[in-house]
Design a protein around this ligand. Structure first.
Ligand code: PMP
Length: 413
C-alpha cells in the first residue's frame, strides 16, 4: 500500500511557486489544510473559554477540547483522562521532572538518561539532580547509534528513581528498545519517561504496550500546530502527582482559611486558559496521519531513507553518520568531509532545500560522536524520491564556505 500521489496538495505551504524542498520535518512538520481548517473552524464557530462557563458556547468549546483529548488518547492507546495537554514535549518533561522528580528524587539518588537525549529531556533532569544532590547517570549510545538494552540494564540499581529516554533519536533517527527498557526498569521499581517527540509521526505508538509510565510528544511534529503538546501517564500515577503550575482551572475551591483543594487529573495539570484551538488542530493532525494508514506511512518513510542512503553512497565526500544497519526512522544525518555542516546547509538553502544543520539541541551527543554537527535530512509524508535526487545533485556542488574557514572548531575537519 502506498500513499496517495496527491498528499502534497494537502499542504498549502508546499504547493505555491517557489515552495521549498522541505526536509526539516524533525524540527516541525508542515500542516495539512485539514488542520488549518480545524483551527479556523473552532475559532469561527465554537470559541469560548473551556471548563469554566455554563453558557452554550462555553459548553461547545469544552466539548471540542475534550473531544480532542479523546482523539489523542485513541491514537496512542490511552484513556482520555490520561492525556494532559502541555505546550510541547519540553513542557511535558519539565512537568514530570518538577512534580514526580521533585517528590521522589533525593540526595544520593540517581536519575538515568541516555547519551542521545535532546536538551528537552536532559536539562530538566540535570537541574533536578543539581537541586536535589542526586546523580545524573548517562547510558552511552551503542555502536549502532541506539541505546543497547544491556547498557541500560547495567545502569539500573537501588538508587535509581527515574529513567528518561528518547523513543527515536532526533539526530540519527535510530529507535531505542523502549518497551524492553521499561520492563527492565520496572523490575527495579524505576519509573520510565519516554520522549516520543520524533516517534509519533513515524511509528504507531501504543502506550499500554510500551508500558511507559510517561510518554511525551509535541503536536507540531505530527502535522498539528505549535504550542500544543501531550503528556500521557497512567491515571493512578497522575492522580497521585502534585500540581505543576497552579492557578485557574486547577482547584475545587480556595478559601483564606482552608488548605487548597486541587481537582483531579488531567485538569490539575492544565492551569490557566488552555490552547483549545491547538488541541483541536492536533486531533486533526493525528486524524490526517491515521487516514493515510500506518502501513503506507511506514513504507514511504523507508523508501525515502533508502533512497537517501543510495543517493549519497557514491558521493565520495559524504558520510552517513551512525550505522544505518537498521533503517532509521524518518531521519538521515550526513556529514560532508572537509565542509562545515552550516556551509552545507547554506548551500542547500541557496538551492531551495530546507534542512537542519548543527547539533540539533543534542550537543552532548554530537560531542560523543566527535562532530561539530551534522546535516540532517528529515522526512514527512509529502517528501518524494525526486526531492532526494535533487538534494544529491546539489550536494555534488557544495564547496567550503565561511563556516569552514572561519569557525574556530576544527574537530569536524
Ligand atoms: N525531544 C526530541 C527528541 C526532539 O526532537 C524535540 C524537538 N526537536 C524535543 C524533545 C523538544 O520538542 P519541543 O521543542 O516541541 O518541546
Amino acid at each position: 500500500m502506498s500513499l496517495p500521489l496527491t498528499v502534497r496538495e494537502d499542504f498549502p505551504l508546499l504547493c505555491g511557486a517557489g515552495a521549498p524542498v522541505y526536509l526539516d520535518n524533525a524540527a516541525t512538520t508542515q500542516k495539512p489544510r485539514s488542520v488549518l481548517d480545524a483551527e479556523i473552524g473552532y475559532y469561527t464557530t465554537s470559541n469560548s473559554n473551556v471548563g469554566r462557563g455554563y453558557h452554550s458556547l462555553a459548553l461547545a468549546a469544552t466539548e471540542c477540547y475534550e473531544h480532542a483529548r479523546s482523539a489523542v488518547a485513541d491514537m496512542i492507546g490511552a484513556g482520555a483522562g490520561e492525556i494532559v495537554f502541555t505546550m510541547n514535549t519540553t513542557d511535558a518533561t519539565n512537568l514530570v521532572a518538577d512534580t514526580v522528580g521533585g517528590r521522589i528524587v533525593g540526595p544520593g539518588d540517581q536519575v538515568v538518561v541516555s547519551g542521545m537525549e535532546h536538551n528537552s529531556n536532559l536539562l530538566p533532569w540535570r537541574r533536578l539532580c543539581e537541586a536535589k544532590g542526586a546523580e545524573l547517570v548517562v547510558v552511552p549510545v551503542g555502536p549502532l547509534g541506539r541505546v543497547e538494552l544491556a547498557d541500560f540494564a547495567a545502569a539500573m540499581g537501588p538508587r535509581v528513581r527515574i529513567a528518561a529516554v528518547a523513543h527515536v533519536s532526533n539526530v540519527l533517527g535510530t529507535v531505542n528498545p523502549v518497551r524492553e527498557m521499561a520492563a527492565v526498569a520496572h523490575r527495579h521499581g524505576v519509573l520510565v519517561l519516554v520522549d516520543g517527540a520524533q516517534a509519533v509521526a513515524h511509528l504507531p505508538v501504543d502506550v499500554r504496550d510500551l508500558d511507559a509510565d510517561f510518554y511525551c510528544f509535541s503536536g507540531h511534529k505530527v502535522y498539528g500546530p505549535m504550542g500544543i503538546g501531550v503528556l500521557y501517564s497512567r491515571s493512578s500515577l497522575l492522580e497521585d502527582m502534585p500540581p505543576f503550575r497552579v492557578g485557574g482551572g486547577t482547584v475545587k475551591g480556595v478559601s483564606t482559611t482552608e488548605p487548597v483543594r486541587y481537582v483531579g487529573a488531567p485538569a490539575r495539570f492544565e492551569a490557566g486558559t488552555p490552547n483549545v484551538a491547538g488541541a483541536v488542530g492536533l486531533a486533526a493532525g493525528l486524524d490526517y496521519l491515521r487516514g493515510l494508514g500506518w502501513e503506507a506511512v511506514r513504507a514511504h518513510d523507508a523508501e525515502l531513507v533508502e533512497a537517501t542512503l543510495e543517493a549519497v553512497a557514491d558521493l565520495g565526500n559524504v558520510d552517513v553518520v551512525g550505522d544505518p544497519g537498521d533503517l532509521p526512522c524518518g531521519i538521515v544525518s550526513l556529514s560532508v568531509r572537509g565542509i562545515h555542516p552550516y556551509d552545507v546547509g547554506a548551500h542547500l538553502d541557496a538551492h531551495g532545500v530546507a534542512v537542519r544543520c548543527g547539533v540539533h539541541c543534542a550537543s552532548t551527543f554530537l560531542d560523543d560522536l566527535g562532530l561539530v554537527g551534522t546535516v540532517r535530512l528529515s522526512f514527512a509524508v509529502y517528501n518524494t524520491v525526486e526531492e532526494i535526487e535533487y538534494v544529491r545533485s546539489v550536494l555534488k556542488t557544495v564547496q567550503p564556505g565561511t563556516w569552514t574557514t572561519d569557525h574556530p572548531t576544527t574537530r569536524f575537519l
